[in-house]
Design a protein around this ligand. Structure first.
Ligand SMILES: *[C@@H]1O[C@H](CO)[C@@H](O)[C@H](O)[C@H]1NC(C)=O
Ligand SMILES: *[C@@H]1O[C@H](CO)[C@@H](O)[C@H](O)[C@H]1NC(C)=O
Ligand SMILES: *[C@@H]1O[C@H](CO)[C@@H](O)[C@H](O)[C@H]1NC(C)=O
Ligand SMILES: *[C@@H]1O[C@H](CO)[C@@H](O)[C@H](O)[C@H]1NC(C)=O
Ligand SMILES: *[C@@H]1O[C@H](CO)[C@@H](O)[C@H](O)[C@H]1NC(C)=O
Ligand SMILES: *[C@@H]1O[C@H](CO)[C@@H](O)[C@H](O)[C@H]1NC(C)=O
Ligand SMILES: *[C@@H]1O[C@H](CO)[C@@H](O)[C@H](O)[C@H]1NC(C)=O
Ligand SMILES: *[C@@H]1O[C@H](CO)[C@@H](O)[C@H](O)[C@H]1NC(C)=O
Ligand SMILES: *[C@@H]1O[C@H](CO)[C@@H](O)[C@H](O)[C@H]1NC(C)=O
Ligand SMILES: *[C@@H]1O[C@H](CO)[C@@H](O)[C@H](O)[C@H]1NC(C)=O
Ligand SMILES: *[C@@H]1O[C@H](CO)[C@@H](O)[C@H](O)[C@H]1NC(C)=O
Ligand SMILES: *[C@@H]1O[C@H](CO)[C@@H](O)[C@H](O)[C@H]1NC(C)=O
Length: 628
């Protein structure tokens, strides 16, 4: 989508005006401690290079998407044993007048299917989305200082079953999950250093020459192992250096290793899901439409519930040559392909857009800017010229690969579901940024009826330099209406003009409150649009440099959106969140909706009104300037 006109124009555009180029040979630099520390497991056998291994006795195979995976079904039981006490804790400080939510939960705890099932969705939008999403997660996390006081929502994260993210949102999610389900406060403390002038320079703690030397060496190793490499590999490695508190940018951390960590196995975190979009190979350079598949990465699998492919591949063995869902007898298995940065790099891979703005072109731009400017020094030019050369030898030579979508080669879905899948004859699967189909909130995984999600907290940081206006919800609604997504349902969503005219995007809004108005059960959506409570948080995606105070102002604004300024904007807000969580459960247990909740729904639910006159521009000011 055009909102992602972003990173590409980004780097070219920004460099010359704002940045002093740090000399690559500056002296006396002390790099950050690179000793091993707690995080997801270094599970890749050989760093970034995938490795051919003997297949396990039970050879990995694809599975049909007609059910949830057996792993998920069994994990959900474990997670449920954690979310029930967490919900009780949550309703210990989130109160509903004249209703005892804690005893309600106790009364129904013998039938877990009647209890609330919560999903959280964090949109894309570059660093803006990462930071705004982080503010919401910080507000929902009971480990955040002060977050379990009255007026606060701490514990919602602990009560949630799923957290889905895409693109910039996936940077936040991966930062939390890969670093041993850490807190946002800890990331602010010692991981998220966004102070370098540009992401193309690398983190402030590293010399650009080391950053690029490492990245290109890593990607070259994958290529040398016989795998196709593209922009997404480079981009994912760049992200690794920013988001993973591990040596060499977490080069050996895999997404599938999450499933092998203790706190995940004990159900101590929600299920992290990352969304990417499919793209027809012959349309390289085009943005996907709502027709292309929407894929998800769980810690166990990569695949889609959509009708076309309707299958999942075991993530740990991504990179293996599957044929019609099985590994032929004469083939070996591959491990180490699912590098965690490669997953987020794919989810944020907008480099197929805006033809000509691939990473190589961006590096050429950097060099040409630098070389017109003698004050920056020829050393910098030489360094980046060397980087470009290395870059070109690290990525596979086919220009449609370098300049195109992320290449998953071999295509795990080769020959799979031949009758319905337009991808069955492709040896390479091409995938791109999860928001390119305009569904910039990762809702697809959460609206699968099989998952029975009751309520989705949808954090939307779409679109700059404007503010979100519901477009991403509308896209998901349209996709469901068009029958493009198998076995999903979604509540009615009005047009963008109505969003603006009724102010549905200038404060939280609930959709699908009245389940009797739905033909099939669908989640209630709590829409949390980015809006300026204490900070003008519509920062351009082209900005990849934040000093600490600006970074934190973004996070606090996200926190203030989620908590409505700790109740300052509405003292009943946390009650209303509690009501949204319990709403579907009330239906299932035939419980009369408490009066306090009815008032909340009156206030926050979109009631079906349409006002599609052309709105005047939505141009908000900071609501609480004095609190900033
Ligand atoms: C080039 O030099 C000018 C003046 O010294 C400076 O303002 C500008 O940022 C520099 N451009 C680059 C690409 O470094
Ligand atoms: C991960 O965090 C948990 C606390 O949530 C802690 O008990 C555990 O020791 C940490 N794991 C590692 C490897 O440090
Ligand atoms: C947060 O919630 C979890 C799950 O209910 C609980 O085990 C933990 O003690 C809580 N932590 C805090 C700081 O409240
Ligand atoms: C749960 O307990 C209630 C009574 O407290 C009972 O009516 C209901 O049948 C029980 N449900 C299950 C699934 O055991
Ligand atoms: C990052 O690593 C340092 C050094 O090992 C450690 O002290 C810190 O707890 C880690 N932080 C996070 C958020 O993982
Ligand atoms: C990778 O970075 C480290 C410093 O973090 C540096 O010592 C090393 O030389 C770099 N490797 C390459 C191939 O540039
Ligand atoms: C396995 O056999 C198929 C079909 O004969 C062939 O295309 C493929 O290259 C073989 N793979 C290996 C690793 O030899
Ligand atoms: C979903 O896919 C299954 C086949 O796997 C098919 O039977 C079913 O009709 C599809 N459902 C929808 C809603 O398209
Ligand atoms: C809503 O935002 C989109 C960008 O995502 C923009 O193209 C459209 O004009 C906006 N519509 C309204 C009514 O504001
Ligand atoms: C709400 O609480 C958070 C966390 O303590 C704080 O950072 C923020 O400034 C508060 N918001 C307002 C509007 O005071
Ligand atoms: C529905 O919402 C509109 C605008 O948000 C409001 O004007 C109208 O009174 C509401 N209708 C009902 C029946 O509450
Ligand atoms: C109720 O359902 C109808 C038909 O799908 C729809 O047009 C209307 O917008 C829905 N109302 C609400 C409040 O969702």
């Amino acid at each position: 989508m055009k909102e992602t006109a972003l990173l590409a124009s980004i780097f070219l555009g920004v460099l010359p005006y704002t940045l002093a180029f740090p000399s690559p040979v500056s002296q006396g630099h002390v790099s950050r401690d690179m000793s091993p520390r707690p995080r997801a497991l270094p599970d890749a056998p050989n760093g970034y290079a995938p490795v051919h291994v003997t297949c396990p006795a039970t050879r990995p195979r694809l599975r049909s998407a007609s059910t949830l995976s057996p792993e998920e079904i069994s994990w959900l039981d474990t997670r449920r044993s954690q979310t029930v006490p967490a919900l009780k804790d949550f309703f210990g400080h989130v109160e509903i007048d004249d209703f005892d939510a804690v005893s309600y939960l106790e009364r129904h705890s013998n039938n877990s299917a009647s209890l609330p099932n919560i999903g959280i969705a964090i949109s894309g939008g570059g660093f803006r989305a990462m930071l705004n999403g982080a503010g919401a997660i910080k507000a929902f996390d009971n480990r955040t200082e002060g977050a379990t006081a009255k007026g606060q929502l701490g514990g919602l994260l602990q009560s949630a079953t799923y957290v889905a993210a895409l693109s910039g949102g996936s940077w936040m999610l991966a930062s939390v999950v890969i670093n041993n389900f850490t807190t946002i406060a800890a990331l602010q403390e010692d991981v998220w250093d966004l102070s370098s002038p540009n992401i193309f320079y690398g983190p402030a703690s590293m010399e650009p020459a080391d950053y690029w030397g490492n990245i290109t060496a890593q990607v070259k190793a994958k290529k040398a192992a016989g795998f196709v490499t593209s922009d997404a590999d480079i981009w994912g490695r760049m992200e690794g250096y920013y988001f993973f508190n591990a040596s060499h940018g977490g080069v050996d951390l895999t997404w599938s290793s999450i499933a092998k960590t203790k706190n995940f196995q004990h159900g101590e975190m929600p299920l992290p899901l990352v969304v990417v979009d499919g793209q027809y190979f012959n349309l390289s350079g085009e943005e996907p439409t709502l027709r292309e598949p929407v894929y998800e990465f769980s810690p166990w699998e990569f695949g889609t519930y959509d009708d076309s492919i309707h299958g999942f591949a075991p993530l740990e063995y991504l990179g293996t040559r599957f044929v019609d869902g099985v590994v032929p007898e004469n083939e070996t298995c591959v491990r180490g392909y699912d590098n965690a940065g490669f997953i987020t790099g794919t989810s944020s891979d907008i480099w197929n857009e805006n033809n000509g703005y691939d990473i190589a072109a961006t590096l050429r731009g950097v060099i040409s800017e630098l070389s017109t400017n003698t004050t920056e020094g020829t050393e910098a030019v030489q360094m980046y010229s060397a980087v470009l050369k290395e870059f070109l030898s690290a990525v596979s030579s086919n220009s449609s690969v370098v300049n195109g979508p992320a290449a998953y080669d071999p295509n795990p879905f080769y020959q799979y579901n031949k009758d319905s899948s337009p991808f069955a004859q492709d040896t390479r699967l091409t995938v791109v940024d999860g928001g390119e189909d305009e569904q910039n909130i990762p809702l697809e995984p959460l609206i699968q009826r099989k998952r029975n999600v009751d309520v989705i907290f949808a954090v939307d940081s779409s679109v700059q330099p404007y503010w979100p206006n519901g477009t991403s919800l509308i896209s998901t609604y349209e996709r469901v209406l068009a029958g493009l997504a198998n076995d999903t349902s979604f509540p009615s969503i009005p047009d963008a003009k109505t969003f603006v005219n009724l102010g549905l995007n200038s404060q939280p809004t609930f959709f699908g409150c009245n389940s009797s108005n739905l033909t099939t059960p669908a989640p209630l959506v709590v829409y949390l649009p980015n809006h300026p409570v204490t900070y003008m948080s519509n920062v351009s995606q082209e900005v990849t440099s934040y000093n600490t105070s600006r970074r934190d102002a973004m996070i606090i604004n996200g926190y203030n959106i989620a908590t409505q300024a700790n109740g300052t904007l509405d003292a009943d807000w946390t009650t209303c969140v509690g009501c949204a969580i319990l709403s579907r459960s009330f239906d299932r247990t035939d419980t009369t909706v408490p009066e306090a909740c009815s008032q909340c729904f009156q206030h926050y639910c979109w009631n079906g009104t349409i006002d599609n006159r052309t709105p005047s521009a939505y141009d908000p000011n900071v609501l609480l300037p004095s609190s900033a």
